[in-house]
Design a protein around this ligand. Structure first.
Ligand code: PLP
Length: 420
């Protein structure tokens, strides 16, 4: 395989035009799964909302192009096709971790011997802190009640999760794509198995929203949560999104505040809380309008590009990258941890190499081969040849701002670092 093949793939790529919409560093950027870059459309919507503040002040609540009063619901509704949700099931609010607290607080109702929460062994640290704290708040011991399922390997064994969802389980909280390994879980199956056992189930879509399609409503997931600054490029500080399945609209929000009040009556400032129907009722105080604004522009672009085209290209890029690794990098000790099957992959690929720290530093710093890095890689290779499951290198290929040639270049850069 050579760069010509990548160029051929780029010629057929219907999403190639979007790269020009982004502000990108000179070097290749692999962290769409960490912090997506700013697009011109995001800049435009941010400037528009800032201008509304400047010129309309408090009237912006109702006179803004999209009135601020409805902004968290309206922008969340733009995500309905990405999440597979009804508009009313979504709202933009808080941060991912804050929302996990608020959702678990309401959805985790231990009763009798049904007290356990099942999560995965690879659970993101912040999600775990929140689950443990919520278990403690209900008067239980997280050491006993939080069940880490999925088996001993970094790749999750879904059958193990299903086995651990037993009669003592009150709730399961799982990722869509596992942040460390790039593994995509079968959310439909897991939801089905949870429902069969009368277990409440929620998902953290932080690593899949905007790059993998979902059908949260049809699957019947109870709730969901995700951040908007990764593949959705909403910018750091952009509030997160929550999904409340329609069947759970009767559940009282855990952290009520006046912005979750029945819309028409909110400004009557009545004494007793009455939640708006749907996810909107889960809002608390004044929404972070300026922080949501960049997301509006980014979602406009993502919806125009279409999630199916995005997913198709994402899979094309990760598959191409894995074949380049097999062909050109495996001889230098690079292994692939992410599952090979398309339906088990998200948007990033996790590699294993004994010099994983050096390789990550190399990628982050613009893929410049230095003598120091080379020497360090060489020393690592001399110590141990086979990497462990901890020697992970995560590489995200954004379908919106990366080309197949970029994928080829990535593999070639790695080869230059690893060849001796
Ligand atoms: C990115 C990410 C978060 C981020 O949490 P914040 O509260 O937004 O900082 C949480 N959970 C997972 C699984 C993530 O991937």
């Amino acid at each position: 395989m050579n760069a010509e093949y990548a160029k051929e793939l780029d010629k057929k790529d219907i999403l190639s035009k979007y790269k020009a919409e982004f502000y990108l560093p000179k070097h290749l950027y692999y962290e769409a799964n960490g912090l997506g870059p700013m697009s011109r459309r995001s800049e435009k919507t941010l400037k528009r909302v800032a201008e509304e503040w400047k010129t309309q002040l408090v009237n912006g609540w109702f006179s803004g192009k999209i009135p601020w009063f409805y902004y968290p619901e309206r922008i969340a509704a733009m995500e309905s096709s990405l999440a597979g949700a009804h508009d009313k099931e979504l709202v933009i609010i808080g941060g991912t971790t804050t929302n996990i607290h608020s959702l678990i607080s309401a959805f985790y109702q231990p009763e009798g011997s049904k007290t356990k929460i099942v999560c995965d062994t690879q659970i993101f640290c912040s999600d775990r802190y929140a689950l443990e704290a919520q278990i403690r708040l209900k008067g239980y011991d997280p050491e006993k009640e939080l069940i880490l399922a999925g088996g001993p390997e970094p790749l999750i064994d879904e059958d193990d999760i299903i086995r651990k969802m037993d009669e003592n389980t009150a709730l399961a909280f799982l990722p869509s794509v596992v942040h460390s390994t790039g593994q995509l879980l079968d959310m439909e199956r897991l939801t089905h198995e949870a429902s069969k056992r009368n277990i409440v189930i929620g998902f953290d879509l932080s690593h899949s929203i905007g790059v993998v399609p979902h059908k949260l409503h049809d699957w019947g997931a109870d709730f969901g949560v995700w951040c908007n600054y990764k593949y959705l490029n909403g910018g750091l500080g952009c509030p997160a999104t929550i999904f409340i399945h329609e069947k759970n609209f009767g559940i009282s929000p855990a952290m009520p505040g006046w912005h979750g009040y029945v819309k028409e009556k909110q400004f009557q400032k009545l004494a007793h809380f009455e939640a708006e129907t749907g996810a909107g009722g889960w809002q608390h105080g004044s929404p972070l309008i300026l922080n949501i604004a960049p997301l509006e522009g980014s979602l406009d672009m993502i919806l125009e590009a279409g999630i199916d085209a995005i997913r198709k290209k994402s899979l094309g890029m990760t598959e191409y990258f894995m074949s380049l690794v097999d062909e050109r990098l495996s001889k230098y000790g690079v292994r692939i941890l992410t599952p090979r099957q398309a339906h088990k992959r998200g948007g990033h690929v996790t590699l294993l190499h004994s010099a994983s720290d050096e390789i990550t530093e190399f990628l982050d710093s613009g893929s410049v081969v230095t003598d120091k890095l080379k020497a360090s890689v060489k020393a690592k290779l001399a110590q141990n040849t086979e990497p462990t499951g901890k020697n992970q290198i995560r590489i995200s290929f954004s379908p919106l701002f990366m080309s197949y040639e970029d994928v080829w270049q990535t593999a070639d850069n790695l080869r230059k670092l690893l060849i001796f």
